[in-house]
Design a protein around this ligand. Structure first.
Ligand SMILES: Nc1ncnc2c1ncn2[C@@H]1O[C@H](COP(=O)(O)OP(=O)(O)O)[C@@H](O)[C@H]1O
Ligand SMILES: [Mg+2]
Length: 288
């Protein structure tokens, strides 16, 4: 964000915490702090990925930004305004596909437009455009169960884009598709982002995916989750995975993210590890 001006697509997450009441062996409920003192600013049009180990609070965070739940302390501002609930200014693409099984591809994409009370003709036109954007025109009248995983995920993305939200929130959207489809979807998403310039907050536990997509990668600590480090990815777009993967910049940044995540363990064990050891052990596809 430049100066004091706040743009409509800006996200300001300010010192939030999220505490759950959890049952322990049938006894009285205990409090569990999933997020603590979590802060992150994302500027309009920016692509930020958040990477962290399983259970560190990534989905909890995205639910809060979506307005599906509320922080116990701190606040989240969208375009300078405090979130009061879900809104069509934020599109949400969840883990899994979460399409309406009783609606065709086209009717799924039209869903947000119906809520916006856009008339039937315009709805159909907009849906067609987006479906074409991801190469699914021939599948418009199919139902989700008649599609492959990759196709369903494309539908989920354009369903969120069709009602033109300023912000796209994505929670491990490609985790369930095969590796090759995942690479195609990543490149497609970058193409769509470059075309539409949405603000994107994308959650993943793959370092490779985080670095390939983002302008900045926020690394999370776990229990309680907070931002440990923000790492800039100074690699120009358009990016092609096959090319980028080989580049020293990509490898260096991935290594930096990996080290940042790995240090969580080092800190706990209080055993510093030498540089060379870390360099040689980098595995960007490691499941955290
Ligand atoms: N509704 C809930 N009630 C109690 N605990 C929860 C709830 N939602 C999430 N948690 C806990 O909060 C932590 C973070 O969960 P989550 O945000 O789903 O992690 P991630 O998406 O990073 O894997 C986990 O320990 C999880 O068990
Ligand atoms: Mg999750």
């Amino acid at each position: 964000m430049s100066g004091n001006a706040v743009a409509v697509g800006d996200i300001q997450i300010q010192n939030i915490s999220r505490i759950f009441n959890v049952a322990r062996g049938g006894k009285k409920k205990e409090q569990f702090t999933a997020l603590e003192d979590f802060s992150l600013d994302v500027s309009e049009g920016e692509f930020v990925t958040i990477v962290g180990s399983s259970g560190c609070g990534k989905s909890t965070l995205l639910d809060l930004v979506a307005g599906l739940s509320f922080p116990n302390t701190g606040s989240i501002l969208i375009g300078g305004e405090k979130i009061v609930g879900p809104s069509l200014d934020r599109g949400f693409v969840m883990q899994g596909y979460a399409l309406f099984p009783w609606r065709t591809v086209k009717k799924n994409v039209e869903f947000g437009l119906e809520i916006q009370k856009i008339d039937k003709k315009d709805r159909a036109r907009i849906a067609d455009e987006y479906i074409e954007m991801v190469g699914l025109s021939d599948f418009s009248d199919r139902y989700p169960h008649e599609l492959s995983g990759g196709m369903r995920q494309r539908v989920a993305i354009v369903r969120a884009l069709a009602y033109n939200p300023k912000i796209l929130l994505m929670d491990e959207p490609f985790a369930a598709v095969d590796a090759q489809t995942r690479e195609t979807l990543q490149e497609e998403l970058l193409r769509i982002w470059q075309k539409t310039r949405k603000t994107i907050v994308f959650i993943t536990h793959s370092i490779e995916e985080a670095v390939f997509l983002a302008q900045r990668v926020a690394v999370m600590t776990s229990s309680p989750g907070k931002v440990k480090e923000i790492i800039a990815v100074d690699i120009p777009y358009p990016r092609k995975l096959g090319v980028i993967k080989q580049s020293p910049d990509f490898q260096w940044i991935s290594n930096k993210v990996w080290k940042s995540l790995h240090n969580i363990k080092e800190d706990e064990q209080r055993e510093p590890i030498g540089e060379n050891h870390l360099e040689s052990e980098i595995d960007s596809e490691v499941v955290l």
